[in-house]
Design a protein around this ligand. Structure first.
Ligand SMILES: O=C(O)CCC(=O)C(=O)O
Length: 254
């Protein structure tokens, strides 16, 4: 998705169009990018942040219920009490909220930490009975965070991002590593388009299997809806052959 800077109405409308495209392809789970409601309009959050996430929660719940589809709702800028957050909501097919996650690792290079308050909670949920976890953008640089989220049986890691093109090779390498080390599918959605200071986001969304193989690499700068089938049955064999979770020496780690 090309997120329009500081233009909430246009972005909600575009998400509706993209969700309609996705459900036409009989999708089970739809994944959105990071901060899709207003982009990184950090100095305008007093006006633009979604207060209490009320608009986004009603919007995603309605889409999920109406189209009977699970939605990993990327993230949006929210205002909660007297602070701003980079918040992800997950809704199941019945339009019920499964998770609310505030981004934990804030990206100092884009001054996110000056405007946004860091979350303190994990993001784990089940969709159609499948255990999964979610993180946002810079969170992927902290493998101990993904390990924490994935160590109790989660099979899919969802990632939503506004990751700039100049570090897109790092994005791909780290995501493949997160898939291999956690023996899990990684579904990573990155926005396209330009930020307010001329930052370029190339998309390059990825779906990766538990062995690190690419199942999908969306062509750069292409907006749209892209579908992949995940063979979840493969996970049991992979984790059985090389049991990294039970081989951990947690007493030696900090
Ligand atoms: O870690 C990076 O290189 C990019 C992170 C980022 O852009 C973000 O978290 O918003």
């Amino acid at each position: 998705m090309d997120v329009k800077y500081a233009q909430a109405d246009a972005n909600y409308e575009r998400v509706t169009q993209l969700v309609e495209m996705a459900v036409a392809a009989k999708t089970d789970v739809i994944v959105l990018p990071e901060m899709w409601n207003v982009g990184y309009a950090l100095d305008k959050l007093d006006v633009l942040a979604d207060k209490g996430g009320i608009r986004t929660k009603a919007f995603l719940a309605d889409l999920a219920r109406r189209f009977h589809v699970n939605i990993v709702g990327g993230s949006v800028a929210t205002a909660k009490e007297s602070s701003y957050y980079n918040t992800s909501y997950v809704f199941n097919r019945d339009g019920e909220i499964c998770s609310e996650y505030d981004k934990v690792h804030l990206f100092g290079l884009m001054h996110e930490d000056k405007w946004i308050t860091a979350g303190t909670k994990q993001n784990k949920f089940a969709l159609d009975g499948i255990l999964a976890a979610g993180v946002i953008c810079y969170d992927i640089r902290f493998p101990e965070w993904e390990r924490t989220l994935m160590s109790e049986g989660a099979e899919i890691l969802f990632v939503s991002a506004q990751w700039p093109v100049e570090r897109i090779e790092q994005w791909e390498v780290m995501l493949r590593a997160r898939a291999i080390e956690n023996q899990a599918f990684v579904v990573a959605v990155n926005r396209i388009g330009e930020g307010p200071a001329g930052e370029h986001f190339s998309g390059h969304s990825l779906v990766i299997d538990p062995l690190g193989n690419l199942l999908l690499r969306v062509p750069d700068d292409k907006e749209g809806c892209f579908n992949v089938d995940l063979n979840l049955a493969s996970i049991e064999k992979i984790r059985g052959e090389i049991p990294v979770f039970s081989d951990r020496k947690t007493n030696l780690y900090h």
